[in-house]
Design a protein around this ligand. Structure first.
Ligand code: ZN
Length: 491
């Protein structure tokens, strides 16, 4: 994925940098110096579902729905404005804590208001309700997941700067604005004590600077300003895609030199001048986003919350604590596939393969619809009849799950269930480019074995039409020859 900004147009001068300062400062003070107004005690959790996200929240429906809409909009914006293709079916789960003390139990370090991480089967975001900054925090964290989806290795400053830049995305009617000022901008406008560029560009997440709130804030602000400049200043913007590629491959110093012909000293000079400007540009996209479909809200069951919170604990603190929580929950809720799923991954992480298999099998039997878990479990089973059974069960519930159907088809053909395998492959709705050759190959061989030469020939011809690279073309030609030979020399 590339999240390079393809600018459609710049809007007329953006708000004055300084003009918004007072407003933002007041807002920041509210964020930093007040605790969320919620009474302590047992939280009542809600579960919200939108087409692509699920959220567990301890704050009111209205605010939660607003955050959920922000996620849907940001997702759609990225799919539409970049070449992004989100190929994984990993669901994203967001947990919004209403109470600071409780959030602390489930957070990574002090003074953090949000975090994101990925497990094999799900993306997770944990965040503290922070009033008017909810959308910014949510979007910042979601950006991290999108960046990691792109599998581009980017340095810490660029990841954080990008997350901060897009955190203030504004969606209104048919327009999306990127580059508006947020908390990092306030800090940037107040603080001129910047890191040496070299230090900023080299810092990694384990750098001690992140233990110091002041330094960490300065790091975010400077990263935001750098990324703002690179994405939105006329000097840097036209080459930004090239720069991102070079940054991932060669590191910052070489990337600046190769793409812009600039030394770090010159970049630093540009940076200082950029922040001295009275106006910062904002990118505006003419991009109609769809109205977010209805959000479904329900009270969350206790057992669900044990699973949800246990997963956060397992990642952040200790697997042992999570295991206790899950087991406690399992004794009261034996029919929960989500619980079995979590137990499966946890057992795997603890090196207990047999137990993991058992839990995954149970999860699928109980109705698991998490596609990545189904694929993961079948992957553990390899080319076995048990894997075929697992796919079949899953497909009963998720008929449009093409990846499962594809794998099942190949598996059945391998196991000599030719007719059945062909039927599965032919039921697929969409063929990803990387599947097309194995798909045709399987159809050619299976049909030949069944004596259906005309069908084999048709599959070989289809292979030729899909083939793009020289290797693919060669293989398609070969498949065609195999099929033709069978036509002319029937056994
Ligand atoms: Zn971040």
């Amino acid at each position: 994925m590339s999240y390079t900004l393809k600018m459609l147009r710049f809007r007329s001068p953006a708000p004055l940098f300084q003009r918004h300062l007072r407003l933002w400062l007041t807002a920041l003070a509210v964020l930093l110096f007040t605790t969320p107004q919620r009474s302590l005690g047992k939280e009542s959790w809600l579960r919200l579902r939108s087409p692509n996200f699920e959220m567990y929240t301890a704050i009111g429906t209205r605010q939660s729905t607003d955050i959920l809409r922000a996620f849907e909009q940001v997702r759609e914006f990225f799919l539409k404005s970049t070449r992004a293709r989100l190929t994984t079916h990993r669901p994203t789960r967001i947990v919004v804590f209403g109470d600071e003390a409780q959030f602390k139990i489930y957070s990574t370090r002090d003074r953090v208001v949000g975090y994101a991480f990925r497990t094999e089967h799900r993306d997770h975001i944990g965040m503290l309700h922070s009033g008017r900054y909810n959308r910014e925090i949510a979007t910042h964290e979601y950006m991290h997941l999108l960046i990691s989806e792109s599998q581009t290795k980017l340095p810490t400053w660029f990841q954080e700067g990008t997350a901060e830049l897009f955190a203030t995305i504004v969606v209104s009617e048919n327009k999306v604005k990127v580059g508006e000022l947020g908390p990092s901008a306030i800090w940037a406008s107040q603080n001129q004590r910047w890191f040496d560029l070299d230090k900023l560009l080299r810092a990694r997440y384990d750098d001690p600077l992140f233990n110091n709130p002041e330094l960490a804030q300065a790091f975010y602000a400077q990263s935001w300003a750098m990324v703002h400049m690179i994405n939105l200043s006329p000097d840097y913007r036209p080459q930004v895609s090239k720069f991102v590629a070079a940054l991932a491959a060669e590191g910052a110093e070489r990337a600046f030199a190769q793409v812009y012909g600039k030394t770090l000293l010159k970049v630093r000079d540009d940076f200082d001048k950029y922040l001295d400007r009275k106006k910062l540009k904002v990118a505006v996209y003419d991009l109609p986003l769809e109205k977010v479909a209805a959000v479904e809200t329900q009270p969350a069951e206790d057992v669900e919350m044990q699973i949800v919170l246990g997963t956060l604990l397992a990642q952040i603190k200790s697997s042992g604590t999570a295991l206790d929580m899950y087991n406690k929950a399992a004794s009261t809720q034996p029919a929960s596939w989500e619980l079995r799923e979590e137990l499966g991954y946890l057992a795997e992480r603890l090196g207990k393969a047999a137990e993991a298999h058992e839990h995954f099998a149970k999860a699928i039997e109980l109705g698991c619809i998490n596609r990545s878990t189904i694929l993961h479990y079948a992957g553990l089973l390899g080319d076995t009849p048990v894997a075929a059974e697992a796919f079949k069960r899953a497909l009963e519930r998720i008929p449009d799950f093409d990846e499962a159907r594809f794998r099942l088809g190949l598996l059945l053909i391998k196991q000599e269930h030719l007719q059945e395998g062909i039927a599965q492959l032919e039921k697929m709705k969409q063929l990803r480019p990387e599947w097309s050759l194995p798909y045709c190959r399987a159809l050619v061989h299976a049909n030949l074995r069944l004596g259906k030469q005309d069908r084999a020939l048709a599959a070989a011809q289809a292979a030729r039409s899909y083939a793009q690279t020289p290797e693919e073309i060669a293989e398609a030609e070969q498949l065609k020859q195999v099929a033709e030979r069978s036509v002319t020399q029937p056994r």
